[in-house]
Design a protein around this ligand. Structure first.
Ligand code: SF4
Ligand code: SF4
Length: 164
């Protein structure tokens, strides 16, 4: 998500320095960036890549409470969109920063509220495979009253294949 931030600033949060691939700094999915100091910030802040400068998570875009800042909640959220059944749908991505962070009641509350509002929810849970590859296990959730079974199956399949 790259909407310009409004009244908030990142402070010590670096939660978006883990999930994405940023080739310019040789950073790959689910690995902390080599220039990230956790709890402090970016070591190359003024020279960071364009993707880093442009990115703003939902919290930085004034969504949620102050205590939902990703480094505090241990979950970072951003959005993308997807067309299904002839309509444009918003996808709300949840990136888990700490083991079992998705189990928190506050996170579950946001997930259920998002589904009720018609969002496609995708949970990205970090995992390491037997060969040491770090990545995400992705699972989708939608409201059964707002998506058909066929739509839900398509979303699930595409999510598991990492296409959403
Ligand atoms: S996750 Fe959001 S609040 Fe945290 S550093 Fe990134 S943009 Fe800033
Ligand atoms: S270059 Fe800086 S802002 Fe970009 S991912 Fe690395 S530590 Fe984060």
């Amino acid at each position: 998500m790259d909407v310009r931030p409004t009244s908030r600033s990142c402070g010590p949060c670096v939660a978006c320095c883990k999930p994405f691939s940023i080739l310019e700094v040789e950073k790959y999915d689910a690995n902390w960036c080599q220039y990230c100091t956790i709890g402090k910030g970016c070591d190359i802040y003024s020279d960071r890549p364009f993707e880093c400068k442009a990115f703003a998570c939902l919290w930085l875009n004034d969504k949620g409470d102050e205590s939902d800042r990703p480094d505090l909640l241990k979950v970072m959220m951003d959005m993308s969109d997807f067309e299904i059944g002839g309509r444009e749908c918003d996808i709300l991505h949840f990136w888990e920063m700490e083991e079992r962070a998705f189990d928190q009641s506050r996170v579950q509350q946001i997930v259920e509220s998002a589904k009720d509002q018609g969002y496609i929810v995708i949970l990205h849970h970090p995992m390491t495979s037997d060969d040491g590859y770090k990545g995400y296990k992705n699972t989708a959730q939608v409201s059964p009253s707002l998506f058909t079974e066929a739509e839900s199956s398509q979303i699930t399949e595409m999510t598991e294949r990492g296409l959403l």
